[in-house]
Design a protein around this ligand. Structure first.
Ligand code: SF4
Length: 455
């Protein structure tokens, strides 16, 4: 699977991203031809596929389908592209063609009528569509970064930006370090280049993801900056798009991101998706997570002092093995004090291979359900009060969809797929997805807002 010099072959990304396909995980091969622009396209496609839970196959034999990113600049390049498609068909048989030569689909299908699909240059969504049709994704809620709905096409105006793979922590309930290996950060230049291309292509919001976003770059030996996420965030914040950080592990250096978030002139949103998982030190210890929940409350207070508009989203696990009623009550009390804006909660369940399976005193299902209900009731009341306080405020929102009923938008506090919406049901006819609009908030429910466009 080679055409380009090794330094320009994105399929060699396997050198940086270990080949850790799990059983049943769909695997895609990539042959990338042509210029650096095509290379960037290939990188973007591979990044999206990885984010959606596909593995990248380093060879034809292991791939469920192969993407050939072609070049059509010169006749010799066209012939090389046709040869590459022929080789992929012979060696694998299931081939999706994209890139510059894809602008002449008949030229390709005339020579190779059995290709599965042909798409043109920069048609990322169509390539992903073709991959989904040829090799359906197999979402795994325990290790995928995106919600299951995320495997449907991301609208053009927002995009996930994956900055690293793997994790150096060893949380006992989690199998990601075993499945995906240790932290491997993408080079900052590659991340920035992808982000710039996305913004040039019309993306208005970048959703930065990895398993441990605040650890980004700490795997680089001899690095200049102690915490490269700070520089990366600063650079991304200048691109003219909203930048939203997901999966930020609560390290102390997270506080250094707050001044950047508080500055309304740059794109880094005052939004932290920071999975705390629990608040009782003993439970956190049994999870092998940092066990300093009281210090976390101080930290949250400091973040809010320096950035009053910050939105804090987190996820928690209730019914973790050994969790007592008193420990759970500590979590509820902590939530009362922390007043998080957005909260997700999972009932603990065993995952094959997780070390927590072997812990004593698993919590009965009925108790887990009861704790989940009580936790969500409190979280909902907090969310309702927080959103009610937004009524009367003027906010900038990003339009996601427009139909006959109205426009569905999001404020800076709402990540797509997981948070709430702001709905506009009057005067929305001139709006399009990707527009930024100024609205006055008129109404609020537990999770959503309604507003009207400010003249
Ligand atoms: S930090 Fe996240 S990805 Fe890493 S082991 Fe813990 S839960 Fe898993």
């Amino acid at each position: 699977m080679s055409q380009n010099p090794p330094a320009l072959r994105p399929d060699l990304a396997r050198a940086a991203i270990p080949d850790t396909a799990r059983p049943g995980q769909p695997r895609i091969g990539m042959v990338s031809l042509g210029c650096p622009k095509a290379l960037v396209d290939s990188e973007r496609i591979l990044t999206r596929l990885r984010a959606e839970g596909y593995a990248i196959s380093p060879d034809y034999a292991g791939a469920d389908a192969v993407i050939v990113n072609t070049c059509g600049f010169l006749d010799s390049a066209k012939l090389e592209s046709l040869d590459a498609i022929g080789e992929a068909l012979r060696e694998n048989g299931r081939v999706i063609v994209t890139g510059c030569l894809g602008a002449e689909p008949e030229y390709i299908t005339g020579a190779h009528p059995t290709v599965l699909a042909v798409t043109g240059p920069h048609q990322y969504e169509q390539v992903l569509d073709a991959v989904h049709a040829a090799v359906p994704p197999a979402p795994d809620p325990f290790i995928d970064l995106l919600p299951a709905r995320g495997v449907s096409l991301t609208p053009r105006h927002y995009s996930y930006l994956k900055i690293a793979e793997g994790c150096d922590h060893k949380c006992k309930f989690c199998i990601i370090p075993d499945m995906r290996g240790r932290l491997q950060s993408r080079p900052a230049k590659a991340v920035l280049r992808e982000a710039e291309k996305l913004v040039e292509a019309g993306v208005r919001e970048l959703l930065v993801i990895s398993q441990d976003t605040s650890a980004y770059g700490t795997d680089w030996k001899g690095r200049e900056a102690k915490f490269p996420i700070l520089d990366l965030s600063r650079d991304l914040s200048t691109l003219g798009a909203w930048v939203r950080l997901h999966y930020v592990y609560p390290y102390p250096h997270v506080r250094d991101l707050i001044p950047l978030m508080a500055d309304p002139t740059n794109g880094l949103l005052p939004y932290l998706d920071i999975p705390f998982q629990h608040a009782h030190p003993d439970v956190l210890k049994r999870m092998a997570r940092p066990a300093a929940a009281s210090r976390t409350l101080d930290e949250i207070a400091a973040w809010r002092r320096d950035c009053p508009d910050i939105t804090l989203r987190s996820t928690f696990i209730v019914g973790y093995p050994g969790e007592t009623e008193a420990e759970f009550q500590t979590l509820l009390d902590w939530l009362d004090e922390a007043q998080l804006d957005r909260v997700g909660c999972f009932q603990y369940e065993n995952v094959a291979g997780a070390r927590s399976n072997a812990l004593p005193d698993h919590v009965p299902e009925a108790v887990k359900q009861d704790r989940w209900d009580r936790f969500m009731q409190k979280a909902q009341a907090i969310s309702e009060a927080k959103l009610a306080a937004k009524v009367g405020r003027t906010l900038t929102v990003l339009v996601d969809t427009v139909d006959q009923e109205g426009a569905t938008c999001r404020t800076m506090s709402d990540a797509p797929e997981i948070d709430g919406n702001l709905f506009i049901d009057e005067g929305f006819e001139g709006l399009s997805p990707g527009d930024f609009v100024t609205v006055e908030v008129e109404e609020a429910s537990e999770y959503d807002l309604w507003g009207r466009i400010r003249a």
